[in-house]
Design a protein around this ligand. Structure first.
Ligand SMILES: *Cc1c(COP(=O)(O)O)cnc(C)c1O
Length: 397
């Protein structure tokens, strides 16, 4: 018996979680363009243009800059499995979910993993890095998360990059929640391998993982004694598909490439610096508003793209998130790991990072929390956010 379900009709939400973020109409139109064959000369041009724009957004000259088919986690696996051979030593920094995931992935590909840990919501100290290299001088790859979406903590990379290179290791960075929202200059920071995802600060639907490999990383790849353990993510083969040889490897997700091309075009039209400043400004407004309402931030150095705050004492985490969704169409994220049930994660990424969304969210939260009888002064958050907006205008004038 056939069974059908009526027309597909998803609600238009305001996506203020840890990703996906709102997708602009321009990008949705790009997705709906006619599907080309994946070796059609027109599509090959689109791939080349996408690569060129990816290099600009990654701020790199790296030839090997492509989009892996799959979400951000596929980018993580691609970086790890190409650089690691079974038995290689890798240091992974763990201060949240995604550092923990990188460790898991590295172990699955046979790496001997040494971890550097910090409390969730705190950064990794360069001193710990220096210590770790002293103990493990044969380390081949050093992995770290730039924007830890589970805690909202931003990790400075300058000093750490120096230490990694002094020891001769390769620097692998997770930039899933920073690329297109927070400055992450690949060449400037001497990053050897970096991955991101389309659905966070680039404002696309999920489905592709931009990655970039430095010439040093490619040298390490060329010196492998064994084949890359993953067939699908093997850059030695992907290189021939994205390069001039165009050797068939797997069918690229054609329409997602259109979407990414459009997203990169939008980023570059806005200008990387202006886009980063927009994320900073909207974060400042949200932060001023939330703090005026008595909410405390989880991280020591908050990302501008993700705001993790403690759920106030006596407030039902799930009830508030349900009301945000049902009454205001707003999605925010729940806490992860040790913050399950005790933190909210409010994303302001890509197209979602607007003054309108900051005001809408603060007004909605204010209503909901006042219904809970928490003694929050009506409108305090909005007033503080407004004041912060005016301050930053003066500051940038
Ligand atoms: C979202 C995220 C990932 C995983 O990306 P998916 O697209 O969910 O596979 C990895 N690292 C960080 C820091 C993230 O925020």
């Amino acid at each position: 018996m056939t069974q059908t379900f009526g027309a597909l009709n998803p609600t238009q939400r305001v996506l203020l979680g840890p990703g996906p973020s709102d997708v602009s109409a321009r990008i949705l139109r790009a997705l709906a363009a006619p599907t080309l064959g994946h070796l059609d000369p027109e599509y090959l041009t689109i791939m080349d243009e996408t690569r060129q724009m990816l290099r600009q957004v990654f701020q790199t000259k790296n030839e090997m800059t492509i989009a892996i088919s799959g979400t951000g986690s596929a980018g993580m696996e691609a970086c790890v499995c190409n650089l690691i051979e079974p038995g290689d030593e890798m240091i992974v920094c763990v201060n949240g979910v995604f550092g923990g995931r990188m460790k898991d992935v590295a172990q699955r590909y046979g790496a001997i993993v040494h971890t550097i840990e910090a409390e969730w919501g705190r950064g990794i100290d360069p001193q710990q890095v220096a210590e770790a290299f002293k103990q493990h001088p044969r380390t081949k790859v050093f992995g770290i998360v730039h924007a830890e979406t589970s805690t909202g903590e931003q990790q400075p990379l300058e000093e750490i990059s120096q230490l990694v290179h002094d020891s001769g290791a390769l620097l692998l960075v997770d930039a899933v929640t920073s690329l297109g929202g927070i400055d992450i200059p690949i060449d400037g920071l001497q990053i050897d391998a970096c991955y991101s995802g389309t659905q966070k600060c680039l404002g696309c639907p999920p489905g592709l993982a931009p990655v970039t490999f430095s010439p040093r990383a490619l040298e390490a790849l060329d010196q492998r004694k064994s084949k890359v353990t993953s067939w699908y993510l093997d850059v030695t083969m992907l290189r021939n598909y994205w390069g001039s040889d165009r050797v068939y490897h797997h069918t690229a997700p054609i329409n997602m490439t259109y979407a990414l091309r459009e997203a990169l075009q939008i980023v570059l039209e806005e200008g990387l610096a202006a886009r980063i400043a927009r994320h900073q400004r909207n974060h400042r407004m949200l932060r001023a508003g939330l703090e005026a309402m008595g909410l405390a931030y989880v991280p020591q150095h908050s990302l501008t793209t993700l705001n993790a705050v403690h759920v106030p004492e006596g407030v039902d985490d799930l009830a508030v998130r349900n009301r945000l969704l049902q009454d205001y169409n707003i999605e925010i994220g729940a806490g992860l790991g040790p913050f399950k049930g005790t933190a909210w994660r409010v994303g302001l990424m890509g197209s979602s990072s607007t003054e309108q969304n900051v005001m809408l969210f603060l007004a909605a939260l204010d209503n909901i929390l006042r219904d809970g009888g928490l003694g929050i002064e009506a409108g305090a958050g909005l007033a503080a956010a407004n004041a912060a907006a005016n301050e930053s205008e003066v500051a940038t004038a």
